[in-house]
Each structure stands twice: as structure tokens, then as C-alpha cells.
Design a binder for this molecule. Structure first.
Ligand code: FES
Length: 284
């Protein structure tokens, strides 16, 4: 199924782009889904999607029904959104879990930490236990997750190296910003629906070449020549800009800056995409 990618893996100066099949072929999409997105850390949501204890939000991720939950201990967790009994979808729209997560089919109930807590009539009418049903073995299936800067990353296959190891360079680069983060909630949120192969969107953010023509406003103060590349073959690719200016409101107000940032960091902007296990990118 996989193409010969020798021409793609050449040094950036003479590398060729990915073959067309990598953008349109369902079989290759499936291969990449497992090899890239399930085998490493993928962004799923922001913790602010479930701002209060008990909040739950169903999210479908590449065909997998997932459930984002803020449990009673204020910990954000990701579960498979399916019941351990017969696989019913547990939560079909964002809601606050008032007691337990109750399956709408036969009412098995789970705590917000995923523990199976009740199995009504499972041993026959009026008998809520059965010797063959061990609740400790039948909790919700939790998906490995890691939160960094309020972003919830998941590792679907559970076998990736720890987030801090895979993204050690990224964490080091952003260390100066390692301060308490507050998400602005719905006012700071927008949805971007793209009908395209995911790599085209990623590749767009890895180059500034298009700015003069597609974003002339942005290019007027963060010009093509102000940008620089951040890349390590086989690990990540992205870009930064050497200039940064805040947009001003109608009365010249701006958002407050972080305190204590170095001059070098405080006036740069960055777009960065870590592509662990995705060693290719288009030649400029
Ligand atoms: S499928 Fe959930 S309780 Fe039966």
C-alpha cells in the first residue's frame, strides 16, 4: 500500500512533495491515521471545553467516539464514549453529569472517574449484582491523555513515549511561557471546519511563502522576510516570526502581556507543528 518515499525523504533542498495518493487515497489515510495520529500525541480539545466539575463533552476523533470529562477531583479525563455492557454511546451531547454517567440503554452507571458503580437488575429483577460481573474490571476505557497549556493531547494506542519525552524540544522552546494559563472560554474560541486532507492544513502553517498574496494585512507588519523555520527532520516542522505586535482595540486597548518575558521571546510570534513520526514535508 505505502508508496516509495525515497524522493520525499531527501534533504529539504531537493526533496519532493508527497505523492498524490497521500492526499486522496482512503487506504493511505487509514495507514497514516494509525502510524501518525494514533501512535503519537494528537491534540483533541482544550480543558476549557469542560470548565466545571462534572462537565462532559462527547468528541468524535477519527471515527472513535470519545468523552471528555472533568471528574469530581477536578481532573480532566478522556474515555471511550461507549458502555462496557453492550457498547451504547453514553453521552450524546455536552452536559453536566449530576450524579453518575448513566447509560441510556440498561442504566449501568459510571463515576466521572470511569469506575462502574451500579448495574441495576443485572442478576435478575431486583438483583443489582451478579457473581460474573466484577465492577472493578468493567470501568470505562480511559484514553491516555496529557494536558499542556490547557490543550488536551491523547495517545490512542497507549504506546507512545511520554509527552514530555516526545516533545522535549517543544517544551524547552516554550519554557518561558510556562505560567498559569487561563482560557478565555467561548469568547476566545472559534471552529474551523476544513474539507481537506489534514496534511494540507498542517503544511499551510509550516510556510510563510503565501503571506504576501493570501494575507497582505498580516504581511504588512510580519513580512515574509521576518519569518524563520523551526524544523528537525523526522520530528517537527514549523515557523516563527521575529516581529510581534498586538492588535489594538477601538480605544487603543491591548491584552496584557506575560510578565517577565525576555525581550527575545516577548516580541516574537510562533506557529509550531510537531509532527512526530511524520518525517515528510513539502519542499518550499
Ligand atoms: S449498553 Fe449500557 S447498560 Fe447496556
Amino acid at each position: 500500500m505505502a508508496n516509495d518515499l525515497t524522493a520525499v525523504r531527501q534533504p529539504i533542498e531537493r526533496a519532493q512533495g508527497l505523492p498524490n495518493e497521500h492526499y486522496i487515497d482512503e487506504g493511505i489515510f487509514e495507514e497514516e491515521k494509525y502510524a501518525v495520529l494514533f501512535a503519537s500525541w494528537a491534540g483533541l480539545a482544550v480543558a476549557a471545553d469542560v470548565p466545571e466539575i462534572g462537565d462532559a463533552k462527547p468528541i468524535e476523533f477519527l471515527g472513535i467516539p470519545l468523552l471528555l470529562v472533568r471528574d469530581r477531583e477536578n481532573k480532566v479525563r478522556v474515555f471511550q464514549n461507549s458502555c462496557r455492557h453492550r457498547g451504547m454511546i453514553l453521552v450524546s451531547e455536552p452536559k453536566k453529569i449530576e450524579g453518575a454517567i448513566r447509560c441510556p440503554y440498561h442504566s449501568w452507571c459510571y463515576s466521572t472517574a470511569g469506575k462502574l458503580v451500579s448495574t441495576p437488575h443485572v442478576g435478575g429483577p431486583g438483583h443489582n449484582t451478579h457473581e460474573a460481573i466484577n465492577k472493578d474490571d468493567l470501568g470505562l476505557t480511559e484514553v491516555r491523555s496529557h494536558i499542556w497549556f490547557d490543550t488536551v493531547f491523547i495517545n490512542v494506542d497507549g504506546a507512545a513515549d511520554p509527552f514530555e519525552v516526545v516533545h522535549a524540544d517543544l517544551l524547552a522552546r516554550w519554557k518561558e511561557f510556562d505560567k498559569p494559563m487561563y482560557h478565555g472560554g467561548t469568547e476566545s474560541h472559534f471552529d474551523l471546519n476544513l474539507t481537506t486532507n489534514w496534511k494540507l492544513a498542517i503544511e499551510n502553517y509550516c510556510e510563510s511563502y503565501h503571506l504576501p498574496w493570501v494575507h497582505p494585512g498580516l504581511n504588512s507588519y510580519s513580512r515574509l522576510e521576518d519569518h524563520y523555520n523551526i524544523q528537525e527532520q523526522g520530528k517537527y516542522s514549523g515557523q516563527g516570526t521575529l516581529v510581534y505586535q498586538q492588535l489594538k482595540g477601538p480605544d487603543d486597548t491591548v491584552f496584557p502581556d506575560f510578565e517577565g518575558l525576555s525581550e527575545q521571546v516577548g516580541y516574537r510570534g510562533r506557529v509550531h507543528r510537531h509532527l512526530s513520526k511524520c518525517p515528510t514535508r513539502r519542499a518550499a
